[in-house]
Unconditional design. Structure first.
Length: 150
């Protein structure tokens, strides 16, 4: 049986619930990952910060980005928005911006179970946790495809 732990992506950045917004932005800027599990003081998963949602919700929506791309003179507005995020950052922490509903799978579960869970929940990825509910990686549709092709 093909297990999740054999196909999952590892080395996922993890933040504590008190990590500031600016620290999270810095983590994303230095990582190839676009998600970051949030853990409590014991290292157990309590949420997830997504770069896509962070950019949409806290900075600019997709419509605003499209609008700004068409009107270059509004670039100053974007700069002011980024500067305001910098000033608010110490006040906003991971716990404030994380998704609380996170779909997880255990590292010893089968890839078939992962595929079924993704389909059933309508998601593109699952956070992989160990037996203590600590995040150890993630699995996406790409890894599902690889598992079924091997």
């Amino acid at each position: 049986m093909k297990k999740v732990k054999n196909f999952m992506k590892k080395d996922l950045p993890v933040v504590k619930e008190g990590t500031s917004l600016m620290e999270i932005i810095n983590i994303f800027s230095n990582s190839s990952h676009n998600i970051c599990p949030v853990v409590d003081e014991k290292g157990k998963l309590i949420g997830l910060v997504s770069l896509e949602e962070l950019l949409e919700d806290l900075l600019l929506s997709k419509d605003e980005v499209s609008f700004l791309e068409k009107l270059s003179f509004l670039a100053d507005f974007f700069t002011e928005t980024i500067e305001s995020v910098s000033s608010v950052s110490p006040l906003v922490v991971a716990k404030d911006i994380m998704q609380k509903d996170v779909f997880v799978i255990k590292e010893n579960d089968s890839m078939v179970k992962a595929a079924i869970l993704m389909k059933k929940k309508g998601v593109h990825r699952l956070i992989v946790v160990d037996e203590e509910n600590k995040p150890v990686g993630y699995i996406s549709r790409n890894e599902i495809c690889k598992a079924f092709l091997c």
